[in-house]
Design a protein around this ligand. Structure first.
Ligand SMILES: Cc1ncc(C[n+]2csc(CCOP(=O)(O)OP(=O)(O)O)c2C)c(N)n1
Ligand SMILES: [Mg+2]
Length: 729
């Protein structure tokens, strides 16, 4: 991934070749460059045309074009530096990607779903750009998720230039496999359509980029429509560049995006603003969309002929062609020659793509998780010191341990800092907060405000930025204050964080850790401070999920989570933070617990309880009682990590006892235990002497009044009754 400074300079200077003194220039562009611009624009259009033919022939399966956006795209590509700046281009950015160096064959190889498609190896639709060598970060289909990631990407660049030693390679953890490239003045380009600016994440991204003066170039390619919805319905007043005028540090450029020279001038000013550290820029380019939204859409259904003809007059390809003739840069014959050479190039690329090797069907499991570092094998022994500590103490200690050994770790979220107004800390006027549960207390004081900081109150902002930072090689350990409020971030977790490695065929990864305070039993926690819902995350391939039940496990698992090369959801039960149950002496900074290894909390021979989290102490209480009162010997298995989970431990215990209860705090139906119960019924049927039972919460929400909370959440008594009945079965 590392690109040397010399190499990237080569690209930069190619664009800025000085014109000779006598030559008329066009915003600094030479005649030769204008010809090249036209060639790339025309190539882009012809590739779209070719894909449309291939789609009609059923040789490809989807098509979305960049038609009408070419001029703005080429201009942006020329103003930026490939393999130096970073790119989050949306699906209309074919001409940008061509300008940056993606080849026609590479584009068509994605359309046919070929194994050597550099963006995704046949995993993503065409025009979902990604090119590791060119810093084009893997893109997805949800409109708008790229924006916050570009912000995180820009933050990472600034972080590494402040702390270059953090970029160094390191053996023994994810850093061994995550090269870092930075220059200090690189720009993060991110584009979207006019419709996408309605997404909340657009505003969250603008807010943070402006507030932090980040070098993000926001490119809004305004073609007046989002599928069939016109811009005046999306945007108050119809102009997004009018709306963003209140953001500080933001340079706004509005241009005719069908004119490459005007667009180039706008992009150059925008890049200059970003590169010089003044803050972000927004280029609002007015473009057209001559080919409907995609091949699945027919714009004649909602746009009359008159309106479509108005657009056609602004077609950037014909306009540029006329311009070149008018300026005596090319004559008709030369244009024909150029177009013929492009057509031949497209034909050759298309012929090659049609015969490209397809991915092997047994490759589908590749790159779901890191193939370099397996957290199931990361293990080391504890070296205990001191007296008993709570889970909260040892999570705090684990964060400190890791921050000390790895300068790439940044910690952020709502209220996680000791104090954002650092002068209060310096003047010792206050003690500092460090999290609503104080789990991050003291970290900012020890490691500084650029490594531990508060985020805006915006969960998608937290995770989206973390995704972008981790893509660049930082290790964000972000906090979501309450599981109940994780939902705005679910989009980023489900569609981005977890899937980046797979969808890019291993070319990009984003190994961020998301710590989340979860769970109930709070006496008054009610609906919005008691939620579980871990199965909604274990259901996502690509995401590791931990759910420790005690201080020692939390510490060892958190060390592993941070050092590993996969994204991890680290679920911390609020009720267990300061519980007497499960306290432990500090196990040392290098204590690692492998993922997917359950702990047998109590041996037994009559029945097994499989559980995790806050149900562990409740199940233990019930098991001790039934053993005391009825002589039933219960084996209690704490899964500790939910993805991966320890099937061997489950199977061994069920084979031993032949009776099993799966217990969990979440609502009964569709919960995490349903999968475990189904697999036991499927694979261990012959070993069972009784049906598989589940104990879980009622299929309701968690109520405020404690008498209601008690009946809703699974209690030791519920577990006792289930054990009693199953033992007698
Ligand atoms: C989050 C999300 N919602 C809906 C869609 C379906 N969709 C795909 S493109 C699109 C319109 C986008 O319009 P705009 O941002 O103006 O970009 P354009 O296609 O016009 O260039 C919609 C609704 C999606 N991909 N992602
Ligand atoms: Mg649009």
């Amino acid at each position: 991934m590392a690109v040397t400074r010399a190499e990237s300079k080569k690209h930069a200077t190619a664009v800025e070749e000085a014109p000779s003194r006598t030559e008329k220039t066009y915003e600094g562009l030479t005649r030769q460059q204008l010809v090249q611009i036209y060639r790339t624009m025309y190539l882009s259009r012809r590739l779209d045309d070719r894909e449309i033919v291939l789609k009609r022939l059923q040789k490809i399966f989807f098509q979305i074009s960049g038609a009408g956006h070419e001029a703005l795209n080429v201009a942006a590509g020329l103003a930026l530096k490939p393999a130096y700046d970073w790119f989050y281009p949306y699906y209309r950015d074919r001409a940008l990607c061509l300008t940056l160096g993606v080849t026609p064959y590479e584009m068509l190889s994605q359309a046919v779903g070929a194994a050597d498609d550099p963006a995704s190896g046949g995993r993503q639709m065409p025009s979902h750009w990604g090119h590791r060598k060119l810093n084009i970060v893997t893109q997805s289909s949800p409109t708008g998720t790229q924006l916050l990631q570009a912000v995180g990407c820009a933050e990472a660049g600034k972080y590494f230039s402040r702390r270059p030693e953090a970029a160094e390679k390191h053996q023994g953890d994810y850093r061994e496999f995550k090269d870092v490239m930075f220059h200090g003045d690189e720009v993060a380009y991110v584009s979207c359509g006019d419709g996408t600016t309605s997404e909340g994440e657009f505003w969250e991204a603008m807010n943070t980029a402006a507030n932090e003066k980040l070098p993000v170039l926001f490119m809004v390619e305004d073609n007046g429509y989002a599928i069939s919805v016109p811009v005046e319905v999306q945007t108050a007043g119809g102009s997004v560049s009018q709306l963003v005028r209140g953001f500080p540090n933001l340079l706004i450029e509005e241009c005719d995006g069908t004119d490459p020279i005007a667009s180039y001038a706008a992009c150059k000013r925008a890049v200059e603003h970003c590169r010089s550290g003044k803050g972000p820029a927004l280029v609002h380019g007015h473009v057209i969309r001559p080919y409907s939204h995609s091949l699945s859409d027919d714009e004649k259904l909602y746009r009359p002929e008159t309106e479509r003809q108005q657009d056609a007059k602004r077609d950037p390809i014909t306009r540029m062609q006329l311009f070149l003739v008018r300026e005596n840069i090319l004559n008709e014959e030369e244009i024909n020659k150029l177009e013929k050479s492009v057509d031949e190039e497209v034909q050759a690329a298309s012929d090659r793509a049609e015969h490209a090797t397809l991915p092997s069907t047994d490759s589908v499991y590749q790159h779901v998780y890191s193939q370099n570092l397996d957290p199931r094998t990361m293990a080391s022994e504890p070296r205990f010191e001191g007296g008993d500590k709570t889970m909260a103490d040892l999570i705090n200690a684990a964060l400190k341990d890791e921050m000390k050994r790895d300068e790439r770790i940044v910690i952020f979220g709502e209220d996680v800092a000791d104090c954002s107004r650092e002068e209060y800390l310096k003047q010792k006027q206050i003690k500092g907060k460090g999290g609503v549960f104080k789990l991050t207390a003291g970290l900012q004081c020890e490691y500084g405000g650029d490594r531990v900081f508060n985020s805006p109150l915006a969960e998608a902002n937290i995770v989206g930025r973390a995704v972008g930072m981790a893509t660049r090689g930082l290790k964000p350990v972000a906090e979501i204050q309450f599981f109940d409020y994780i939902w705005p971030a679910y989009h980023q977790i489900r569609n981005e964080l977890s899937v980046i490695r797979w969808r890019s065929n291993g070319n990009f990864s984003s190994a961020a850790v998301i710590r989340v305070a979860i769970g109930g039993y709070l006496t008054g926690g009610a609906i919005y401070h008691s939620q579980c819902g871990e199965s909604l995350f274990t259901h996502i391939p690509g995401l590791r999920v931990c759910f420790p039940s005690n201080a020692l496990d939390a510490c060892g698992l958190l060390h592993t989570a941070i050092r590993c090369d996969d994204p991890v959801m680290f679920l911390e039960h609020k009720r267990l933070y300061r519980e007497t149950f499960g306290r432990s002496p500090y196990p040392g900074p290098d204590y690692l617990i492998p993922f997917g290894k359950a702990k047998t909390v109590k041996e037994g021979k009559d029945l097994t309880v499989i559980t995790y989290g806050a149900v562990v102490p409740r199940a233990l209480q019930a098991a001790q009682k039934i053993e005391r009162e009825q002589g039933v010997s219960v084996e209690l298995v704490d899964l500790r990590t939910l993805n991966p989970y320890d099937w061997d431990a489950i199977a061994t215990s069920v084979r031993k006892t032949s009776r099993v209860i799966v217990a969990y705090e979440d609502t009964l139906s569709w919960g995490y235990g349903a999968e475990i119960a189904a697999r036991i019924a499927d694979e261990l049927f012959e070993d069972l002497d009784a049906p598989v039972r589940r104990v879980a919460a009622t299929d309701t929400f968690v109520a405020y009044q404690p008498v209601l909370e008690d009946v809703i959440l699974p209690q030791a008594d519920d577990l006792f009754k289930a054990m009693e009945s199953l033992a007698k079965f």
